[in-house]
Design a protein around this ligand. Structure first.
Ligand code: G6P
Ligand code: ZN
Length: 579
């Protein structure tokens, strides 16, 4: 270790703090920057905020300051992202600071590309100490839009609050950035570059992830479906990261035709779109799936590849149903689950369709707060295999993130399984048939979510206070129109593995017939407050399963709006997005 000062053209003086073999590390003076608290899914801000001097570097250094030395020195880290604007610059900054803090190896996706599930898979498979995901998920990209960074630790799971809180604390005191004086790394070609004790390996984003999927699903079974002349498949990568995976997986490995992929080239601005796979933003796919001559199966994934939407010909599978239907058919259709799933779980606002599957299969079942991280402990302790959220997230314990392409392969496996042994001329069992059969067996949980995005925070908070007032004075047995209150509360969760408690996770009104009204403020919005209203009604009666969800839920939605005085508090007469 040497102490060495050089004068730079900057106002600051930088000090060399260490001289590992092959390069030099300089302690670049910095000052704390306000507002670097990470939300549910890492630090997300506008690109121009991250472009401010040291903004990203401070956070990365604060992260290294937060980790125990053995998690940094001499370790391997994975680095990749969804291909959005600023990722390439960010990758260079992150690699220099990683080297400066003693990390010995970085595995980085070619062109900085790795989907979120792939990062999780690679951390686990290559036994890395953790990894960085450069993404703002489904938020738009480009110079005027969003950027984000998230740290996952060695199980492949997003860092727990104990780490993110420590990072935030360190952003408020960080005074020097340990920067290695290595040159920018060429991310365009595969290979290993070594600077003494520090190595960067540029990896193909696909093989680790594809091999994992091959170990989970019966690829021959899915191929047999893809080869049927009466089955047409479409996948919309929304100009985002799954564009890098779609062709090698769906076309090369599963035999789907080239033209099954829409918007398949990742772009820095996602083609100007909003890469969120839902009925509003995946408009191009939705138009095709609900148009004349619609394909049989349609799917889309978001910016970083962890979300999914599943469609049939003129048919939408709501995510709450999707996880329930995957769980009900997993043992039969997916080799990974051949001994049956260990347990099932959903986030609190997700409909109770999954609960009914768990009950029928006598499986352990868990209801956790919104946020994928809550599934991790259950998976690590062997209590959980399949889980999902209403927010278009579905996955399993093969990794520790939700997984868009996994969900598509799960659904393809189910459709293929239901059509096993059929010959030319037999009618194909469709996505819609599978859903209707499921409802006939389990009943249908009608579900919808109303989003009121970018509300003024004061009004939104007052509405939540108003609702808390109602629940504190509410009594079971009170009737609201045709509904009788079973319980009203602010959801609280105690983790059965480590005993940690999460409070104030959403206001619930649960009625005696199982119907629910839930209010939450989003934890992922980047401006103002986003109010989410979730409504759910259980319908056992098969003759009513064909109803439109909005129609079936109208009385509950009206009740929710009047109970909450939403219009009064937020000034909104209608939601910005309905899913
Ligand atoms: C991210 C998280 C999910 C969460 C979703 C919605 O995608 O990974 O776990 O369900 O955001 O969160 P929000 O707080 O915006 O409703
Ligand atoms: Zn995402």
């Amino acid at each position: 270790i040497v102490s060495w000062v050089f004068s730079s053209s900057d106002m600051f003086k930088a000090t060399a703090v260490a001289e590992p073999e092959g390069f030099q590390v300089t302690a670049v003076p910095t000052k704390p920057i306000e507002g670097q608290k990470t939300g549910t899914s890492g630090l997300r801000k506008k690109v121009k905020v991250f472009q401010e001097p040291n903004y990203l570097a401070n956070w990365i250094q604060a992260l290294f300051n937060s980790l125990p030395e053995e998690d940094v020195k001499g370790t391997s880290l994975v680095l990749g992202g969804d291909g959005r604007y600023f990722n390439k610059e960010a990758a260079q900054i992150i690699m220099k600071i990683a080297a400066g803090n003693g990390v010995s190896r970085i595995l980085v996706g070619r062109e900085g590309i790795l989907s979120t599930p792939a990062v999780s898979a690679i951390i686990r498979r290559r036994k890395a100490q953790g990894g960085f995901i450069m993404s703002a998920s489904h938020n738009p990209g480009g110079p005027k839009n969003d950027w984000g960074i998230k740290y996952n630790y060695k199980s492949g799971q997003p860092a727990p609050e104990s780490i993110t809180d420590a990072i935030y604390g360190n952003t408020l005191s960080v005074s020097a950035i340990n920067m290695a004086d290595i040159p920018d790394i060429d991310l365009s070609s595969l290979g290993v570059t070594t600077f003494g004790s520090f190595t960067v390996e540029v990896i193909d984003p696909v093989p680790d992830y594809l091999e994992l999927l091959e170990s989970i699903f019966d690829f021959d079974l899915i191929k047999s479906l893809m080869n049927r002349p009466d089955f047409r498949f479409k996948f919309d990568a929304m100009h985002a990261v799954t564009g890098a995976y779609a062709r090698p997986i769906f076309v090369d490995a599963l035999g789907a035709p080239e033209d099954c992929i829409m918007n398949g080239i990742p772009k820095e601005d996602f083609g100007g779109g909003h890469p969120d796979p839902n009925l509003t933003y995946a408009e191009e796919l939705v138009t095709e799936m609900f148009g004349p001559d619609a394909p049989d199966f349609g799917a889309a994934s978001d910016g970083d590849g962890d979300r999914n939407m599943i469609l049939g010909n003129h048919f939408f599978i709501t995510p709450s149903d999707s996880v329930a239907m995957i769980a009900a058919n997993a043992q039969q259709a997916i080799p990974y689950f051949k001994d049956g799933p260990k347990g099932l779980a959903r986030s609190m606002p997700t409909s109770g369709a999954l609960d009914r599957v768990a009950a029928k299969l006598s499986l352990p079942f868990f209801e956790v707060p919104t946020g994928w991280k809550f599934f991790g402990n259950l998976m690590d302790s062997g209590k959980l295999s399949i889980c999902g959220e209403e927010s278009f997230g579905t996955g399993s314990d093969h990794i520790r993130e939700k997984d868009g392409i996994w969900a598509v392969l799960a659904w393809l496996s189910i459709v293929a399984d239901k059509n096993r042994g059929k010959v030319a001329g037999d009618t194909l069992t469709s996505v819609a048939d599978i859903a209707k059969e499921h409802w006939a067996k389990f009943g249908r949980n009608f579900f919808s979510r109303y989003d009121y995005e970018e509300c003024e925070s004061t009004g939104a908070n007052k509405m939540v206070e108003h609702l808390r007032g109602i629940i504190s004075s509410s009594k079971p047995g009170t009737t609201y129109g045709n509904y009788t209150l079973h319980l009203a509360d602010d959801f609280m969760y105690t983790d059965p593995v480590d005993g940690s408690v999460a409070t104030k996770q959403g206001i619930r009104f649960i009625f005696t017939d199982g119907s629910r009204i839930i209010f939450r403020l989003s934890g992922t919005g980047s401006a103002g407050a986003t109010v989410r209203l979730y409504v759910e009604q259980y319908e056992p009666e098969v003759s009513k399963h064909g109803l439109d969800a909005q129609e079936a839920l109208k009385p509950l939605i009206d009740l929710a709006l009047s109970l909450s005085k939403l219009e009064h508090f937020t000034g909104r007469t209608k939601p910005t997005v309905i899913t």
